[in-house]
Design a protein around this ligand. Structure first.
Ligand code: FMN
Length: 226
């Protein structure tokens, strides 16, 4: 796939076929994505690939924690959507409104909204997930620049996946409970869970996968200084 086509056509995939992704393919994707640039070439990323029983464990922990009403406490902190500053909050609510409308969930249909949220916590039933992790030695409040590196490698994975006919959904809602996840999956305490990528073959019959999110106009983003 051409690079520009890949960048333009990538979209979040929120439903997958049950076909497994060969380990060789996942390994190849990560091998390519690790060529991403990073500040001082410190390459702060590490990857945990979840498939089979480990993926089931992560799903179980996520569902249990959500059902118990455990506090959301991701390693990479984020405001809840209802506390976003104004214009960003507007983009977030537009996304929620349009996505729910595409998949046929009414604004006040709480059971269906909850069902959808739980689907998210199950990695949208993807056959595999990749967690981008970083050691607290480099990912910490004194060293924010690593976040740029971690974002670049994340996008590299999402784009490379397209070459293998795979779809991805970059997610934070699958790593809302990092302490419980580290414990259940025997992940070293110092490893911070930065972001999660659900990965698999898209189920194109699902309306969610036909959804296209909007973007701000270029003119509103660029200041030309001469
Ligand atoms: C850091 C990050 C976290 C995200 N977390 C979630 C998530 O928890 N659940 C979800 O459904 N989508 C999540 N997304 C996907 C975004 O909603 C999506 O990228 C955005 O709406 C743009 O749509 P597109 O990816 O289809 O172009 C996340 C994306 C990023 C980059």
């Amino acid at each position: 796939m051409e690079l520009i086509d890949a960048i333009r056509s990538r979209r979040s995939i929120r439903g997958f076929t049950s076909a497994p992704v060969p380990q060789q393919t996942l390994s190849r994707i990560l091998d390519i994505a690790r060529m991403a640039p990073s500040a001082t070439n410190c390459q702060p990323w590490e990857f945990i690939v979840l498939t089979g029983p480990s993926l089931e464990t992560a799903k179980r922990v996520n569902i249990e924690q959500a059902e118990q009403g455990a506090p959301i406490a991701p390693d990479f902190r984020a405001l809840p959507p209802n506390e976003f500053p104004e214009s960003y909050g507007e983009r977030q609510s537009t996304l929620a409104r349009d996505l729910f409308s595409t998949i046929g969930i009414e604004r006040n249909d709480r059971p269906k909204r909850k069902e959808w949220q739980l689907k998210g916590k199950r990695f949208f039933d993807a056959p595999a997930a990749i967690w981008i992790i970083a050691d607290e030695a480099i990912f910490n409040p004194q060293h924010h620049i690593s976040l740029v590196d971690l974002g670049i490698v994340t996008q590299s994975i999402a784009l490379t996946a397209l070459e293998f006919d795979l779809g991805t959904c970059i997610q934070q809602d699958t790593i809302f409970y990092p302490d419980a996840l580290r414990k259940a999956l025997a992940i070293t305490e110092s490893k911070r869970l930065i972001v999660s990528i659900a990965i698999g073959y898209p189920d194109w019959s699902l309306p969610a996968n036909r959804f296209r999110s909007g973007r701000e106009e270029l003119d509103s983003l660029v200041t030309w200084k001469q």
